[in-house]
Design a protein around this ligand. Structure first.
Ligand code: HEC
Length: 154
């Protein structure tokens, strides 16, 4: 994933909602049956432990975020931590982008998401991403997984 693409995705975070074309494509073929989710419950549990220790303080219990609007910049011009459940934006990102945000934090350090590289192991970061996916509804998960497949196509 190129830095610029990542920055663009993240920039969209608090701007006028998200209009990634992948979302449209997924919605317009909406009659497909809801996917079987294939998350390993042991990994989900490990990811929840990481989340509760490292992420909950900002992203809220169960990824539900903080009171107030995550799309409105705070007094120093930064976006507050968004929910990571399916009520916000996290599910618009493929796995590779979620992992990159977690590893590197806010793009160019211009925000309040810390970089976790060196503080969490690669395995812990993968586990926490699986936990985050477990917070999404079946419908959202199924839209996300179509977008994920498209993002992996050459
Ligand atoms: C100090 C508060 C803080 C902590 C702790 C924190 N985050 Fe964040 N996180 C943020 C903020 C603020 C943003 C929004 C980034 C921006 O706008 O620059 C964010 C953004 C994100 C995003 C992108 C969401 C989206 O909708 O695009 C993900 C994914 C994420 N965080 C995951 C995590 C995970 C996983 C952890 C724990 C390992 C964690 N965060 C810990 C503050 C935090």
């Amino acid at each position: 994933m190129k830095w610029k693409i990542f920055a663009t995705l993240i920039m969209g975070l608090g701007l006028a909602g998200c209009d990634m074309p992948a979302e449209e494509t997924a919605r317009s073929s909406g009659s497909e049956a809801v996917l079987e989710r294939n998350l390993d419950p042991v990994q989900v549990a490990r990811g929840k432990a990481v989340y509760d220790k490292a992420c909950l303080e900002c992203h809220g219990a169960g990824g539900r975020g903080q009171p107030g609007d995550w799309r409105i910049r705070d007094a120093d011009g930064h976006f507050p931590p968004p929910p990571l459940d399916d009520s916000a934006h996290a599910w618009h990102h493929p796995t590779a982008v979620l992992l990159q945000v977690i590893r590197e934090g806010s793009p160019q350090g211009q925000g309040k998401m810390p970089a976790w590289e060196g503080r969490l192991t690669e395995q812990e970061m993968q586990d926490v991403v699986v936990y985050i996916k477990s917070l999404w509804s079946d419908e959202v998960y199924s839209l996300w997984s179509k977008m994920e497949r498209q993002s992996l196509e050459p």
